[in-house]
Ligand binder design. Structure first.
Ligand code: 5AD
Ligand code: SF4
Length: 445
């Protein structure tokens, strides 16, 4: 028997990339690869890239530059670039970095074994097509190996919204949903392997409309079907667009027992003028009304969002409107971004805001968001939450898990293993986590 080849995957960006990296590792497992956590002894290095961050492509080029010595030392090493930078740059990557053997876009991962074989045989392999076959069919999670208590499950991919700043519609392509029965099958498989919480993933996950019994299913319908999966305890989904927040999904937040009270619902800006220029197709007010409806359905729901500062033509008044919206909502967490141009997107061609102004706005935005985050966390002190324990903490006897509100919670001294759910009374709040004690007498639920 030949020794297994070692595969090192470095994952950048969103949770969908984390999911994709797992699938790629499984599919290359069929080619005799086992995972390694260092590039130094790898037979194959795969960068699963993200194009959302500023100068994303440049960072990948410099990371690749660092692998030159490894390639010089081991001519059998194969180097691949996957993900959204691969999609956006395509053959340019091979032109600029001769050490790259393989470039594969997110829609072509199911062709990875073929591409790997081609790269192994000494030819360079490139695939950035948007094929018509269903890559998820080929990349289904088959292995029966044990998993941790939480998992991501991609149900939807791509986006038709074309926000003026965003590359996703170009790198991930048109919006598509996986058939409901495939999602349910994959969910049951995950539960058999020990998973108790599933986060449904999609760039525009609440636009989900996968084929199902009786016609297309909405995301809410899918969530209700998952609610019936024995052994699955928690359901989350991300990322949503305000305009796809359908009535049945809001109602699910009121009625569906396994759907967790936390929602990531990006608004990007609080200024209608900027929202219009961003092509968001909603207003600050329609967003606020939506939040009111969600809170009426589930009063304790914690909101999270994404915000961009310094979008082209953003004035101080526009920015102030964003701060006002954040004040009005009260976020439990938020991701903040300084606008940066993405070639090929409409906003890249427009008059840009001065970098120093962007920096200053970002600081004010982050200060406000940090205050709200801390206030939300502190408001948990004295409350009882349910924690799904995931792993041992750094201190002896400590376990860490997540509350239903997605707060990290530390507990010391209780007899808890990963996968256990327990009621916890929160006693402390620190920068990024809470601490508490397992609720009297019944330490497991
Ligand atoms: N500049 C800054 N932030 C961006 N995002 C997407 N594209 C850009 C860009 N060009 C942010 C949005 C999105 C999140 C994933 O990344 O806020 O919701
Ligand atoms: Fe990008 Fe999200 Fe807008 Fe789609 S909805 S274009 S993924 S920011």
């Amino acid at each position: 028997m030949t020794a297994p080849k070692k595969l090192f995957i470095k994952t950048y960006g969103c949770q969908m990339n984390v999911y994709d990296s797992e699938r790629m590792a499984e599919s290359l497992g069929g080619q005799g690869y086992v995972a390694t956590d260092t590039p130094d002894d790898a037979d194959m290095i795969l960068l699963n890239t993200c194009h959302i961050r500023e100068r994303a492509a440049e960072k990948i080029y410099s990371e690749l530059g660092r692998y030159k010595v490894l390639k010089a030392a081991n001519p059998d090493l194969r180097i691949g670039v996957a993900g959204c930078v691969a999609q956006a740059e395509g053959a340019e990557i091979m032109r600029r970095q001769p050490i790259v053997d393989l470039v594969v876009g997110p829609q072509s991962y199911h062709r990875l074994p073929e591409l790997e074989a081609k790269a192994r045989s000494g030819k360079r392999a490139l695939d950035t097509d948007f094929p018509t076959e269903d890559k998820f069919e080929v990349l289904r999670q088959r292995p029966k190996s044990k998993r941790g208590p939480t998992a991501f499950l991609t149900v939807q991919e791509g986006c038709d919204k074309f926000c003026a700043f965003c590359v996703v519609p170009y790198t991930r392509g048109a919006e598509m949903s996986r058939p409901a029965n495939r999602v349910l099958e994959e969910a049951r498989n995950l539960v058999e392997r020990g998973v108790r919480e599933i986060t449904l993933l999609g760039q525009n996950v609440n636009a989900y409309h996968g084929a199902g019994e009786g016609g297309d299913w909405s995301l809410a319908r899918l969530i209700w079907a998952l609610n019936d999966v024995d052994g699955l305890e928690r359901i989350r989904f991300t990322t949503s667009h305000p305009n796809d927040m359908a009535d049945d999904l809001i109602e699910a937040h009121a009625d569906c027992p396994k759907l967790m009270p936390y929602l990531h619902l990006p608004v990007q800006s609080g200024s209608d003028r900027i929202l219009k220029r961003m092509n968001r197709a909603h207003t600050a007010d329609s967003y606020l009304r939506l939040i009111d409806r969600l809170r009426a359905a589930r009063p304790d729901i914690i909101m999270s969002g994404d915000f961009i500062v310094g979008f082209p033509e953003e004035t101080e008044t526009d920015f102030q409107a964003t701060l006002d919206l954040i004040d009005a909502v009260g976020y439990g967490s938020a991701y903040t971004f300084k606008y940066s141009t993405r070639p090929g997107t409409p906003a890249a061609e427009r008059p840009q805001v001065d970098e120093a102004v962007k920096d200053e706005r970002l600081q004010r935005l982050q200060a406000l968001v940090a205050r709200q985050q801390r206030a939300t966390q502190d408001s948990m002190i004295g409350r009882d939450v349910t924690v799904l324990f995931e792993r041992a903490g750094r201190q002896p006897g400590q376990m860490v898990g997540k509350s239903e509100y997605l707060h990290a919670v530390h507990v010391t001294g209780a007899d808890l293993s990963p996968g256990r759910l327990a009621r916890v009374r929160i006693t402390e709040s620190s920068t990024n986590s809470l601490a508490g004690t397992v609720f009297p007498s019944d330490d497991a639920v």
